[in-house]
Write a protein that binds this ligand. Sequence first.
Ligand code: NI
Length: 164
Amino acid sequence: MATRTIRIMGDEILTKPCKEVKQITPRIKELIEDMLETMYEAGGVGLAAPQVGVLRRIVVIDVGTEEPEPIVMVNPVILESSGEQTDEEGCLSLPGKCGQVTRPNYVKARAFDENMHEYEIEGEGLLARCICHELDHLDGHMYVEKVEGEIHDVEIEEETEEEA
Ligand code: NI
């Protein structure tokens, strides 16, 4: 395993649609392991393949509350979504920044795991938000397109929360 360089907003690769994974090759397995290591090292709760420069439909998620985790999603598709939540959202491709984004409060998705076994997953709250955020990356979209109000520094938000 190795960490890979996280692409930063402005890098053209983050605006491109990703291709489906046809089969899990040793190279794809290595990519998934590297994505997990990169996500954990960066302290993120999710990472999509284009963020490490690979235009494949793969995301990894670990929001710290679900079982089992980490969640590996290959060729993920959202089947259902409902409700609404508005909260601060950030991205490893725009470090130190965050902004208010409205997402569904519930999503049901279908994906394949790292062994190409198909499964369905349901998520609420942070997990639902994270699934939506990461899947957007696979179509070349970032949360900044959906931010309500200003994108601001994470530190300012933390101070505000402590004061509140
Ligand atoms: Ni992101």
